[in-house]
Design a protein around this ligand. Structure first.
Ligand SMILES: C[S@@+](CC[C@H](N)C(=O)[O-])C[C@H]1O[C@@H](n2cnc3c(N)ncnc32)[C@H](O)[C@@H]1O
Length: 258
């Protein structure tokens, strides 16, 4: 199956569960993105792979206009419903592939993307598309979860993630993520990060496919009981629950002025 078709299939099935999760994923989403985007946030913005529009809605409050862009129509519908409910009238919804965006060069003052890089078959293409459609002097805010610098741990975490959701391609170790942003032409201005505690059953529930979760639970529990934390804290807590953390990175990156 073509990877983009897989993305659409996964995120159509996950639309309801992910829309709820996207709000809980980061309770500081609005202050975090507003702070990171800075003055560019008052201009014309793009949210790449917007999903159910949590980041879009947070930024629309101060933006002149914002385009919510995603490959999955069901996600765009969630984003539209969220923005309508919030009374936001400056949001445009566009369907398409982030690897070949339907926007002219130098269209946007600011571009954001959250929790999506690891779903792209060719993340370098998306980075260079983001660079192309950003105005010189514009700002990008790129947020994603990363894996351990240890290659074996990273491979194990990515394998677990892919069994849960095959639209997941690869979470990157931080040096590779930062390197990809620089290779696209951006100048990195700031990097911050935090760990988000996760509970395995809740995380698997979002994938909304019980059939694949049974075998994954067996594998993950066995690894955890053997002390194989896979670089993301995979372990069984005192209540016999399987837990782990997701390690987030937020990168503020500018396109040099012309
Ligand atoms: C994990 S969700 C994140 C959604 C949102 N950014 C958030 O943080 O709540 C990933 C989103 O990326 C979208 N996506 C994945 N690959 C894409 C591509 N090549 N082009 C556009 N959207 C894509 C999916 O449809 C899905 O809505």
């Amino acid at each position: 199956m073509d990877h983009l078709d897989r993305v659409k299939e996964e995120f159509t099935r996950q639309a309801d569960t992910f829309a709820v999760h996207a709000v809980k994923a980061d309770e500081k989403v609005e202050s975090r993105f507003q702070g990171a985007i800075g003055d560019a946030g008052k201009g014309v913005l793009l949210d790449v792979a917007c999903g159910p529009g949590v980041v879009t809605a947070a930024l629309a409050k101060n933006a002149a206009r914002i385009t919510a862009f995603d490959a999955t129509p069901a996600m765009l519908e969630k984003a539209r419903a969220r923005c309508e409910e919030a009374g936001l009238v400056n949001v445009e919804f566009r369907e398409g592939d982030a690897q070949a965006m339907p926007f002219a060069d130098a269209t946007f003052d600011g571009i954001v993307t959250r929790l999506a890089i690891h779903h792209f078959a060719e993340p370098a293409k998306v980075m260079s598309e983001m660079y192309r459609v950003l105005k010189p002097g514009g700002r990008a805010v790129i947020v994603d979860v990363i894996v351990s610098d240890n290659a074996e741990e990273a491979a194990l975490q990515n394998a677990i993630e892919i069994i849960r959701d095959p639209s997941h391609i690869r979470m990157l170790p931080e040096a590779e993520l930062f390197g990809g942003i620089k290779d696209a032409g951006f100048t990195i201005q700031d990097i911050s990060g935090w760990d988000k505690d996760r509970e395995f059953e809740e995380w698997c529930g979002i994938a909304n496919d019980p059939q694949r979760i049974g075998p994954l639970r067996t594998i993950a529990r066995t690894l955890a009981k053997d002390g194989r934390h896979a670089g993301f804290g995979l372990s069984v807590n005192d209540q016999d629950e399987l837990v782990f953390f997701h390690r987030w990175r937020l990168i503020v990156a500018d396109k040099p002025a012309a």
